[in-house]
Design a protein around this ligand. Structure first.
Ligand code: ADP
Ligand code: MG
Length: 686
């Protein structure tokens, strides 16, 4: 009897080769197979008569093979089988390339269903390599709503579809059902069995909708339950004691006065750490709101108590900037600040490792390198994750596990609408920095089309003459050879164009993720030092980079970016005392694009922008765009509505209130599932 962990190779029709291809999609077990959901559906229910076919359209037709199929070997490696299918309204010429088996398989006088694109002419319609089903077995690939899956090499829709059908049969009654019966009934959700069958092979639209509703609800419900459960468990362990310290020496060392919002966030943080439990706090604040200082204050306090801090940033550039800022600020206060990134040579890395393990460094700034196996801390008291949406929950907890329940501080510049925050940040307490340091001017933002290009270049020149610098952001690194419109700007080519044809007397540099870390660093340092005037880049500069002299952000093909991303990009300028500008180029006339870009022109409040994004694009985008660091959401990625989200959330919280430890017999399946979501070690899970 199979179970959900059964290897897929035991399923009928899946041999070694197919199992290998499937594993590339992350499918190795029966459970993984049936939770691999279609990305779309093809409605092949409506049959057409041959006499009514339209050239160029997809069609399903039923026909009888009129004569023996003819086989023809054109040359080595190319053979053709031709046949004619007829119904009472006409004839359809069918050609198969390199499917010589059709000659034997398809019999004169037998009926088949064909699905394919109609070519040929109005009077002599034809199909090439259509999907074929013999009458006797028709109904899997035609005559119904057919699932379309994301594929990989070695798989076709037919192979994967057949594997799925066999998988569903193999499951019998064994469908994963973490939803407690009471929740399922209260929210009128279909059974797991119904949901899995109909998400893959829907009976009709209504059944698909019911299946989808059930599975999305399940995802959101599990996530909320998991995050809240995790947070409650964390609160059961002892925290590292950080006595309340006098912050005065730290505050006196700052080159500016903290804003009220910064003070509040620091206060929240220190209060958490003096408490008996490990802190789990998120500091959410717009770009430039000064979140780094909250981390610095926390690291300072933790150091006073004799513990180390690890500070993880998503990119090398950002880690280096933080290292720079924090060492300048904290070294004079006796805190040794180290930097650990992946690009260190093996020897340097080993030395760094020793200095971390012996406790020489008090604060270690780094990239993912911090969570690599060899890194050991002497006594880790606090872990800080900057720009948390760039990390998965698992990476965050990997860093945490370098210590014994250290305090956790995560920082995010991605404002999440309040309605979503509860789900996305369910395991964290939240401090909001809703105030920018004084003297910041609003960034003037304009959405323009190609007609403005010369004017914008002239304006750029004027700013450069005043001594400012500019960013030009493009969506692509290389030009796409398939893009014949020449519309999409690519970093290297565009940088060359700007340098040679527009600003020959200025220094233009470019930056993208494919450059070597050393080169990236050099380009960024040179720009930060004011030695280059224009930096053409992909969104690698999106996160946290700080160049106060940069006063212009030009975004090319702005329609390619989400509102929140545009907001992040805009946050790269206006970081000094200079009036700054943001120009969004887009020749996209679609109203939806224009509406979105106009939101950027009207407001600079990240929370408001996020709310608008939510209203315009729905919550699915927030799950899909990896702004959260949550585990991959399956269905909620592309279809989910606010109402369902709220229902799932409320149901999860109500359930935890009633059974906080999920001990009830009816909640065992749920418990097992949420343990799996984050791969929570049994020990931490109790
Ligand atoms: P965030 O990480 O929230 O985007 P940063 O911490 O990088 O923002 O701070 C942005 C800039 O503002 C930095 O140059 C920092 O030195 C400066 N800054 C931070 N707090 C203040 C403050 N209270 N007054 C003036 N400048 C500040
Ligand atoms: Mg930052």
């Amino acid at each position: 009897m199979p179970d959900l962990h059964t290897h897929i190779q035991t399923i009928k029709g899946i041999g070694e080769t197919r199992a290998k291809a499937l594993s590339k999609l992350g499918i190795t077990t029966l459970g993984e197979l049936i939770t691999y959901f279609p990305r779309a559906y093809d409605d092949r229910r409506e049959f057409q008569q041959i006499g009514n076919l339209t050239v160029g359209e997809m069609a399903v037709v039923h026909g009888v093979v009129a004569a023996e199929p003819r086989h023809q070997l054109v040359r080595r490696g190319l053979d053709i089988v031709k046949l004619q299918a007829v119904d009472e309204t006409g004839k359809l010429n069918i050609t198969f390339f390199n499917q010589s088996f059709r000659k034997q398989q398809m019999k004169q006088g037998a009926g088949y269903v064909f699905y394919g694109k109609v070519d040929g002419t109005l009077l002599a319609p034809a199909m090439t390599n259509p999907i074929v089903e013999e009458d006797a077995v028709a109904g899997r690939l035609t005559g119904r709503i057919v699932p379309i899956y994301r594929l990989t090499q070695g798989l076709s829709q037919i192979i994967l579809g057949n594997a799925m059908a066999e998988g569903l049969v193999a499951c019998g009654e064994l469908f994963p059902d973490p939803l407690p019966e009471s929740v399922r009934l209260a929210h009128e959700l279909s059974s797991a069995r119904f949901a899995y069958h109909n998400i893959h092979f829907p009976e009709d639209e209504e059944s698909l909708e019911l299946a989808r509703k059930r599975l999305i609800f399940e995802e959101l419900f599990l996530l909320t339950t998991a995050l809240h459960f995790l947070r409650d468990r964390r609160r059961e362990t002892d925290g590292i004691p950080v006595p309340l310290v006098d912050l005065a020496p730290f505050i006196d060392a700052l080159p500016f006065t903290l804003t009220g919002a910064q003070q509040r966030a620091i206060h929240d943080t220190l209060a958490d750490m003096t408490g008996p439990r490990p802190m789990s706090r998120l500091v959410q604040g717009d770009v430039g709101s000064g979140k780094t200082m909250v981390a610095a204050a926390a690291a300072w306090a933790v150091h006073q108590a004799g513990y180390q801090t690890a500070f993880m940033a998503p990119t090398e550039i950002l880690a280096e900037q933080h290292h720079q800022t924090l060492s300048t600020l904290l070294e004079p206060l006796g805190i040794r600040v180290g930097l650990l990134t992946g690009s260190l040579r093996a020897k340097a890395k080993r030395e760094m490792g020793d200095l971390i393990e012996t406790g020489y460094y008090h604060l270690i700034v780094g990239t993912h390198a911090l969570i690599s196996q060899g890194v050991r801390f002497r006594n880790l008291g606090l872990v800080v994750t900057d720009e948390q949406h760039r990390f998965g929950v698992d990476q965050r907890s990997a860093l945490q596990e370098k210590g014994d329940h250290p305090h956790v501080l995560v920082m995010s510049a991605t404002p999440i609408p309040r309605t979503l925050a509860l789900i996305v940040y369910g395991d964290l307490d939240v401090s909001v920095i809703d105030e920018l340091p004084p003297g910041r001017q609003a960034i003037e933002t304009y959405a323009v089309d190609e007609g403005y290009r010369q004017r914008i270049y002239t304006f750029t020149r004027k700013l450069l003459d005043e001594g400012r610098q500019a960013y030009f952001v493009c969506p692509a690194i290389e030009s796409d050879p398939d893009d014949t419109s020449g519309g999409m700007k690519a970093v290297e080519v565009y940088a060359k164009d700007l340098q040679e044809n527009v600003f020959p007397d200025r220094k233009v540099a470019f930056l993208h993720g494919k450059l070597k870390p050393k080169d990236k660093e050099k380009i960024m340092t040179t720009f930060a030092a004011g030695e280059t005037d224009i930096l053409v880049s992909t969104t690698v500069i999106e996160v946290g980079v700080d160049v106060p002299n940069a006063a212009l952000m030009v975004v090319e093909n702005a329609e390619h970016f989400g509102l929140s991303q545009l907001h992040q990009l805009r946050g790269r300028v206006g970081r000094g005392q200079h009036q700054s500008y943001c120009v969004l180029f887009s020749s996209h006339q679609a109203e939806s694009v224009q509406t979105r870009l106009n939101v950027m022109c009207k407001t600079s409040d990240g929370f408001k922008i996020a709310e608008e994004d939510l209203a315009l694009r729905g919550p699915g985008d927030f799950f899909g765009s990896r702004q959260h660091g949550l585990p991959d959401m399956g269905l909620a990625n592309f279809s989910c509505n606010m109402d369902l989200l709220k229902q799932a959330q409320e149901a999860a919280l109500a359930l935890l209130k009633q059974d906080p430890l999920l001990e009830h017999l009816d909640h065992q399946a749920l418990r097992t599932h949420i343990q799996k979501i984050f791969d929570i070690s049994a020990e931490r899970f109790h």
